[in-house]
Design a protein around this ligand. Structure first.
Ligand code: AMP
Length: 275
């Protein structure tokens, strides 16, 4: 942590623009586009790789989370990253944290509702990283739509002086959103995984046609459940700003469709926004 502070301080003193890209590693093209975007707009790019235990509510998910430090280090060097922060758990958490974050309605839905404590862990580690690196800009992916909303609120509520940059979701050729957890899918599970995006696209089409949210939700859940390997956890048709479930549509307000589903012991999430 002292090293990160020293690097960031040196960068600032030299008048350089510093970008921060927080990750949990097992990097893929979704992560690397964040690094590339940061490299294009900043003089220094700090990437962090930290599988943050406080944001996991499932011990197996934490234990089985892919860890590929050597491969990640090589990928980052090639993507324009100038400094890598890969701390151990004791370095980030020398003592258990007492402070608890509560984001109100923003976290009472979707990931926050289904993964108790998840966004407290996210807000804790993101705050620590922001304090240590004091970046001019921080880069996050739309893939974790609710996380972006939480981080935006965190930045506003705690007056972090930085620009939040949100990059689009990068997908495999068959539509599956790239995710470190995809590495854990069996070939059979991987073969049906693109159904999530297909269901989202159908739902987006229905939203554009004005099909009522409850009907869109029910049909999407049924389409996922029709594939025996899938156990859907939720499908939400929500206001893209407040993340609250919609009873109907309002002109000029973007809609976000969010899915979480279990597939062969792996929990996957995805979303699309309908403007
Ligand atoms: P993670 O390592 O999964 O915690 O992700 C680190 C950052 O990369 C987060 O801001 C994610 O939203 C972003 N990210 C992960 N997967 C993708 C993807 N497929 N497309 C775009 N951004 C992504």
């Amino acid at each position: 942590m002292a090293q990160l502070r020293a690097f960031a301080e040196g960068s600032r003193q030299a008048g350089r623009r510093l970008g921060l890209v927080p990750t949990m590693g097992a990097l893929h093209a979704g992560h690397l586009q964040l690094v590339a975007a940061a490299a294009a707009a900043c003089d220094d790019v700090v990437a962090s790789i930290f599988v943050n235990p406080t944001q996991f509510n499932n011990a197996d998910d934490l234990r089985l989370y892919p860890r590929l430090p050597e491969q990640d280090t090589a990928l980052l060097a090639g993507a324009g990253c100038t400094a890598l922060f890969m701390p151990g758990v004791e370095e980030v958490y020398p003592q258990p944290t007492v402070l608890r974050f509560d984001f109100g309605p923003l976290e009472r839905v979707m990931e926050g509702a289904h993964r108790p404590g998840h966004f407290n862990g996210v807000a804790t580690v993101v705050s620590k990283l922001f304090h240590m690196a004091r970046p001019h800009a921080a880069y996050f992916g739309q893939k974790d739509f609710q996380q972006v909303a939480i981080v935006r609120q965190l930045i506003a509520d705690l007056s972090f002086d930085l620009e939040l940059v949100v990059a689009p979701t990068i997908r495999e050729a068959d539509g599956l959103a790239m995710s470190s957890r995809n590495r854990r899918l069996s070939p059979e599970a991987r073969a049906v995984a693109p159904l999530i995006y297909q269901v989202l696209q159908t739902a987006a089409q229905q939203v554009r046609q004005g099909v009522p949210p409850a009907q869109v939700q029910a049909q999407a859940l049924a389409a996922l459940a029709a594939e025996p390997q899938f156990t859907p956890e939720y499908v939400e048709v929500a206001d893209a700003q407040t993340l609250q479930p919609l009873a109907g549509y309002e002109a000029g307000r973007a809609v976000v469709l969010c899915v979480a589903a279990h597939l062969g012991g792996v929990r996957l999430i995805d979303n699309v926004v309908v403007e």
